[in-house]
Design a protein. Structure first.
Length: 277
């Protein structure tokens, strides 16, 4: 594992000027990808700066069900063909890769991007990360019927909201919670998916790629991103500033969530470098 401090990666390696970002959802990838997207304008190919395109291998089509763009219906084979064709012209596409979306295409992915400057983004405070993912999973369960693909025991579930697709502001998010009377509880499917993704990111992605650079979201600053990518953004992605996910969990539910999480943390997650705080 090539886990590096922020000071030791202040300059890009000479392996390749093309950066490929890999992370889990809710890790700050939109923030980092914004800089990659702008940097690629000088020497690569960019698509419109929205997650519809930036999450190039997403298969969560429900998030964009109101979008008439046929791109959301593309198969992985068609998307891969586009990337290969661009490379034939000496071009690379700016996009971010999320676990678990790249699991089905991993053998191809790790070979195709072997010469890229790989950035693996991780959240050190893993319990907060888990609460955030569980938070949005519960919202999806409440706002529409769930469409489960594959085996429930494997932890893969995709939710189709009936009225909202993706809350974009704190006010919309809060009103959605009230309108749908969302209950924030432990969910085994979501938990299994989270465990599988953590394992894959650390045991497969980091170990099998060619010297990826591992960075912690908590260590990143705007100044570091500007120095690393040599670009300055006029408009930065803005995280929620007055939103505390923990307050939405009842004490009795938080107790269950915490106990289950701590057992896995002390037996596994801590050895990947995560912190419980």
């Amino acid at each position: 594992m090539n886990q590096i401090s922020m000071t030791s990666i202040s300059k890009k390696t000479s392996r390749n000027r093309y950066v490929q970002l890999i992370s889990m959802h809710k890790s700050g990838s939109t923030w980092v990808q914004s800089y990659i997207h702008k940097a690629y304008r000088r020497f690569g190919v960019t698509l419109p700066p929205s997650n519809l395109y930036n999450e190039f291998f997403t298969d969560r089509f429900d998030r964009f069900e109101d979008n008439k763009n046929d791109f959301v219906k593309w198969s992985n084979e068609k998307r891969i063909a586009l990337l290969k064709e661009l490379r034939n012209f000496g071009l690379e596409l700016a996009h971010k890769a999320h676990v678990p979306e790249i699991i089905p295409i991993w053998d191809w992915f790790k070979t195709f991007y072997n010469e890229h400057d790989i950035l693996v983004l991780k959240r050190r405070k893993i319990f907060t990360h888990w609460l955030t993912i569980l938070f949005y999973h519960n919202i999806k369960l409440a706002t529409g019927p769930d469409v489960v693909k594959g085996n429930k025991k494997e932890g893969y579930t995709y939710i189709t909201p009936s009225k909202i697709v993706s809350p974009r502001t704190e006010d919309i998010l809060k009103s959605t919670i009230q309108e749908y009377k969302v209950e924030f509880k432990f969910n085994e499917i979501c938990w299994n998916n989270f465990i599988n993704s953590i394992r894959f990111l650390n045991d497969r992605v980091i170990e099998e790629l060619n010297r990826p650079q591992v960075i912690w979201t908590e260590d990143i600053t705007t100044e570091w991103l500007e120095d690393y990518f040599k670009v300055v953004l006029k408009r930065l992605p803005k995280p929620f500033t007055t939103f505390d996910y923990k307050t939405y969990y009842k004490p009795e539910d938080m107790k269950i969530i915490r106990e289950i999480f701590e057992e896995r943390f002390y037996n596994e997650f801590q050895y990947y470098g995560y912190q419980l705080a």
